[in-house]
Ligand binder design. Structure first.
Ligand code: 3IX
Length: 257
């Protein structure tokens, strides 16, 4: 029985991938799980399928919460105001867009092996796996598609300690990977990080708020080069600089086909 199911899935997946790829490339970008899911839906030609492949609607972890300090809220308010601009005809979409952030990615990705249902059901996005507000990664990403860049306000929680009183370098790398990867994925569809190069210039105090400024440097075929600077919110202090290389992958890379 199980073997027959696996055979059916194996037969279905290559066909599915081609359709999925079309849907993603027509829409251009993997900007959020919602887009992934609507691509998934149109790939299957199912107009009434839910936008989200899980049973409950997801929580957007990038909404303001009580753990955010005033500085975090200020950066959020600043970019949020740029998402809508006032015109004579009323409000219309501005150049920035706040991206939602959920704690699960694709339900059916197996990483090349047939994951057990338990692992699949327990899998959570690394940066969103703690329920307690403010303990680890509090962040929100705003995207500017026209300028091919994004910013991320990041408030580093007390569980991210590395050097006493300061943020762990791995946690900073995680945020850089997340933000540059979000930009690359938004612009190019499914991607994986191939290279991340980081220079730590000055430590980030625990509990403080920094801004990650990420921009597309260039693309060369499958390669997407992205830069990132981590600064204080007024940009007077440079904390970290990085470059990242992402490679466009087809969905088979995640499904193991
Ligand atoms: C991925 C889809 C994700 C779906 C997400 C869905 C929803 C999203 C929802 C929320 C997500 C929110 C945030 C997440 C955002 C970002 C997450 C970060 C992503 C990661 O954290 S991901 C984990 C770490 N990542 C890996 O686990 C990769 C392991 N690795 C591989 O899987 C392969 O290695 C791969 C795919 C990288 C390449 O494999 P490949 O076979 O496709 O390409 P190939 O080797 O042919 O290289 C083609 C050309 O790139 C050059 N090249 C390759 N690697 C290079 C390197 N390192 N340095 C310099 N150049 C390099 C070659 O030299 C050649 O260049 P040329 O064409 O000029 O010869």
């Amino acid at each position: 029985m199980i073997r027959r199911c696996l055979q059916a899935v194996r037969r279905f997946i290559p066909h599915y991938h081609a359709l999925f790829q079309d849907a993603v490339s027509q829409r251009g970008l993997a900007e959020s799980p919602e887009l992934w899911c609507s691509a998934h839906r149109s790939a299957r030609g199912l107009s009434k399928m839910s936008l989200w492949p899980f049973s409950v609607s997801p929580r957007d972890f990038s909404q303001p919460n009580t753990s955010w300090n005033a500085e975090m809220q200020e950066v959020y308010d600043h970019y949020n105001a740029l998402c809508e601009v006032k015109t004579e005809e009323g409000e219309k979409k501005g150049p920035w867009r706040k991206l939602p952030s959920y704690n699960r990615s694709l339900k059916y990705a197996t990483g090349g092996v047939y994951l057990s249902k338990i692992i699949q059901s327990k899998a959570r996005l690394f940066t969103r796996n703690i329920k307690e507000h403010g303990a680890t990664f509090e962040y929100v990403v705003f995207m500017n598609k026209q300028e091919k860049r994004c910013v991320c306000a990041f408030q580093a929680g007390h569980l991210l300690e590395g050097p006493p009183g300061h943020v762990h370098g791995g946690a900073i790398a995680t945020m850089i990977d997340t933000v540059t990867g979000t930009l690359a994925g938004y612009l190019a569809g499914p991607i994986m990080t191939a290279n991340l190069n980081i220079n730590y210039r000055s430590p980030i105090p625990l509990g403080s708020v920094v801004v990650l400024h990420s921009a597309l440097d260039r693309t060369e075929g499958k390669k997407i080069f992205v830069t990132c600077r981590v600064t204080s919110t007024d940009e007077s202090k440079l904390h970290t600089e990085a470059t990242a290389l992402f490679i466009s992958v087809n969905m088979g890379h995640l499904f193991g086909t």
